[in-house]
Structure formats: C-alpha cells, structure tokens
Design a protein around this ligand. Structure first.
Ligand code: ATP
Ligand code: MG
Length: 480
C-alpha cells in the first residue's frame, strides 16, 4: 500500500517525542562524576538559540576572548527529574566523539541546579529550516548532504553509539559544514554486541517501525536517514497524519511506493536507495557504510577536493615533543572553529576515503602519494606513530587538526597566549600542577597529581617548577 504518498503532506517541525524512557544499556561513563565551576566567570550569555525538552540553548561569548562564540545548552535538574543519568550519558557520549560532522562539546559546568554544556556554535541554522525554505533539494545537493549525514552515522555506529533522534532539526550548519547535534536520546551499545535496545524513544515522525514494537538495533538510525532523504528529495512528508495514533499506524504499515507521483521526478537510483533505507524489516536495511556505497552517490557530480601539499607536508613533519605540547595542540584543535580551519575539515574528509571517520595507514599513503610524496612503508608508519598519539593505528580528526594547524599559520602568538590563559586557571601567570588538573577536568580528562607533575616537569624548560608564558611558547614551537 502506498500510505498516502501521493498526497503532498506539509513538513512540520516535529518536537513531540514518543515515550521518553531510558534503557540502562551498558554505558561506560568516561567522565568524572562532577565538574564544579561557575560558568559566569568564563562566559557571558547572549540571545536564546533554541528550546529543548530539558532546557535552553543560548549563545555565549568567552569573557576573556569575546570574539569567540559558543552555544551553551543549560539543563535544569528540576526538568530532568530524579535521575541525572540521561544528561550524564549525553555528556559522556559527546566527549568521546571526534568527527567533522558532529558538534563539539568543549566544556561542562555543574552548578547546584543546572548543567551547562559549552558546545561549538552553529551559526548557519538548522537543516530543517533550509529544507522548509528551499522546498526540496536537487539530487546532487541532497547526495552531498546525505554523504555527510551517513558519514557521521557510520562513525557513531562504529563507536557503539546509536543516536535515536536523527532528524533535520538536529543537523545544523556552520560555515558550510553540517553538524549533528542533540545526543539527548543517544545510547551506547557494546561494539558488535547483538544487544537490542528496548526503550521506545525518538521523535514520532522519524521513528522506525521496530522502535514502536520495542526491540531494535543500530538500524533504526538508518530508517530516520531514509525519512530525511525522502523529505530532501520530495519536499513533502511520506506519512499523512499528525503526531498521533494515525501517524504511528502509518509508520508501522509503511511500504515505499517507488512509482508514487511524488517520486516521479526522482532518479531510479535514489528511489532504490530510499526503498532500501525504508525497508520495514531492519535486516533488509543497509548499514551506514553500505548505504554510502550505494551507486546513487557515484551517479551524482561530487565536489572534487584537492589535497593541499602544504598540509600533507606538515603532517609528515609533525612531532609532539612533550605531553604538554600534545595536550595544548589537541586543545587548540578541538576548539578551532570551522571558519578558522581554512579547509582542514574537508581535507580530512577527503583523505578518509572509507568514510569511517578516521584515517588509516592505507589512506594516509594514498593521500601523500597523490600530493607527490613517495615514502617507504617505515616512513609512513613513523608518521602514523607521531600523529596518532594514543597508538590506535588510526588518525583521529583532532589528531589530524593538531598535526596540521601549524601549516595554516594558526599557531600565532595570540593563539598561544589564549591557550595559555585557559591552562592558567588561577590567572597566576603560570601553568601549575593544579591549574593543569583543573583545565583538563573541564575538557573531560581527569589527571592524577603524579601525571600532572610529570607533564609539568617534562615541559619545564626554565626549571621553574611551573610553566610561564615564555616557556609555553618555546614548548609549542619546538619542532623536534
Ligand atoms: P529536543 O530533544 O527537544 O530536540 P534538546 O533539549 O535536546 O531538544 P537541542 O536539540 O540540543 O536541545 O537544542 C535545541 C535547539 O537549540 C536546536 O534545535 C537548535 O535550534 C538550537 N541549538 C542547539 N545547539 C546549537 C548550536 N550548537 N548552535 C546553534 N544552535 C543550537
Ligand atoms: Mg533537538
């Protein structure tokens, strides 16, 4: 049955969630349990950007560097009810993610009645609003957006995270990049575990039929991507009805009619991909990586990205000579806005040809060769060792940014000074063991006293027992 696909149903903002009950699926809490701090010491608040179920999102500026804008999601304990588990889960998951198409969580502040999540500010608005204002997308444009959506989803799933609330309201733009936000309903499942999720969560309009039955896996996210693609291509909703029994019934019964009038101008390939994503049986639905390999993507003209030899050269030269340098570069890289990156985000995506969100040895080799660097196996392995500081065998997004930011002259005196003030939490003119612990805690890493002392000692070029701005500059500029 066609389920009313020939009827043009207007897209409406779909904020009503179905039953919000959280499963206690195995989540390793990667975080210290509390982050105490007074956010007003560091940020001043501007206009409200949006409202959610549990709180408000406001624009904020750094007090010390007012040119830097952030989005702060403030969640009130009262609204959360008796359990703080859901917000802790959102924080833990967001801190563990590192991908060009996923919003960055910078810091968290806990106050007696609120949690404040300081995230990257997405100035370009929601994909939802773009969709509503443009009606629908040309297939080439839809393919370029969907590639990013699926890249983010493939990355999440490979890290054991199921988002469970994918919808155009939760994708935002920043300087042309698409960013997935709102991990309030995300769940972490052990990798390769066949454990099924049981809580019926999500936004009614985008929710997969098996979620309504109460037993599902990662594949539920692919259904939501299918609904998003349908909206992008047709500009209308696939279901009649509002958020009600009628809608939920329509979802449970849905079968895509590839010959529906509303799809008459869509190419056969996109119709095939839609039919696969909107398979009622999740086993017939492709994974995100399989969907990325659908021939529809190759049939669409893609924007060619030429790899910049200067960036690749700096990757080749990179050495993190001390842990403080590594931590500082990582910090700068994590906070770098897309606007300041001057194309580094798209260089990373272009090098990640398998779209799994990391760069493997083979991908690094291919990129270097395309830029004219012919290296031996040992030389390539050495670059991997220098850039991949945790020794995982893969270059993560932030590692890549940290290793290449010098090539774009982003390591200016001003940037170094700003970073110093963040590590000098007591504003004493020095980075000390305790200020280092405090600064790292705010970014989700807990250092022991011994670790902190070791890091300071390693970078203590002037033998002061603490790090002055001059010493910090020297450490950051050391090349070997
Ligand atoms: P819900 O679950 O109801 O969707 P929520 O409480 O989880 O909401 P978010 O979805 O994270 O909250 O944010 C609510 C709205 O705030 C978004 O739809 C968006 O319009 C705005 N917003 C959120 N994050 C950002 C950001 N980083 N930059 C700009 N605006 C944002
Ligand atoms: Mg949202």
């Amino acid at each position: 049955m066609g389920c009313g696909q020939s009827k043009a149903v207007k897209i409406t903002r779909s904020r009503v969630s179905i039953q919000q009950r959280f499963s206690s699926s195995s989540l390793e809490l990667l975080l210290p349990t509390s982050f105490v701090g007074d956010i007003s010491k560091w940020y001043s608040f501007g206009p409200t950007l949006g409202y959610g179920h549990y709180g408000t999102v406001r624009m904020a500026r750094s007090i010390y560097h007012p040119e830097e804008q952030f989005a702060v999601k403030t969640v009130s304990f009262k609204r959360l009810g008796t359990t703080l588990e859901s917000i802790r889960r959102e924080i833990a998951i967001l801190f563990s993610l590192d991908h060009p198409n996923i919003v960055r969580l910078f810091e968290v502040y806990e106050e007696p009645k609120y949690f404040h999540l300081v995230t990257e500010y997405c100035s370009g608005g929601e994909l939802f609003d773009k969709l509503v204002s443009s009606g629908h997308y040309h297939e080439a444009e839809a393919a370029s957006l969907l590639r990013k959506v699926l890249g983010a989803v493939a990355y999440l799933h490979s890290r054991g995270v199921c988002h469970r609330d994918l919808k155009p309201e939760n994708f935002m733009f920043e300087s042309g990049e698409l960013k997935l936000i709102d991990f309030g309903l995300a769940a972490k499942i052990e990798e390769r575990s066949i454990e099924e999720l049981h809580s019926q969560v999500g936004t009614a309009f985008y929710v997969a039929p098996e979620v309504l039955k109460g037993a599902y896996t990662f594949k539920c996210d692919l259904w939501s991507v299918g609904i998003m693609l349908y909206l992008m291509i047709t500009g209308v909703a696939p279901f009649p009805g509002k958020e009600s029994e009628e809608l939920l019934n329509a979802i449970s019964m849905f079968k895509l009619d590839q010959n529906a009038e509303v799809l008459s101008r869509a190419s056969p390939l996109v119709r095939d991909l839609l039919a696969q994503l909107l398979s009622r049986n999740p086993d017939d639905r492709p994974t995100a990586l399989q969907a990325l390999n659908h021939p529809w993507f190759n049939s669409q003209p893609a924007h060619e990205h030429h790899l910049d030899p200067v960036v690749l050269f700096s990757l080749k030269r990179f050495r993190a000579t001390s842990r403080l340098k590594a931590a500082a570069l990582n910090f700068i890289a994590r906070r770098m806005t897309v606007r300041k990156m001057q194309g580094l985000a798209s260089t990373f995506s272009a090098m990640d040809t398998s779209s799994n969100g990391t760069i493997e040895v083979e991908e690094l080799k291919a990129a270097l060769e395309s830029a004219g660097f012919t290296l031996t196996k040992e030389e390539i392995e050495e670059i991997m060792l220098n850039v991949d500081l945790e020794g995982t065998g893969q270059i993560k997004y932030t590692d890549f940014l940290a290793a290449t930011l010098a090539s774009k002259s982003m390591l200016s005196d001003e940037t170094i000074r700003k970073t110093f003030t963040i590590f000098d939490t007591a504003n004493s003119g020095f980075i000390t063991r305790s200020s280092l612990i405090e600064a790292m805690l705010r970014t989700g890493r807990q250092l022991t006293e011994d670790e902190s002392a070791g890091i300071i000692a390693e970078a203590d070029v002037f033998n002061e027992g603490k790090i002055s701005l001059a010493a910090f500059k020297q450490v950051l500029r050391q090349t070997c």
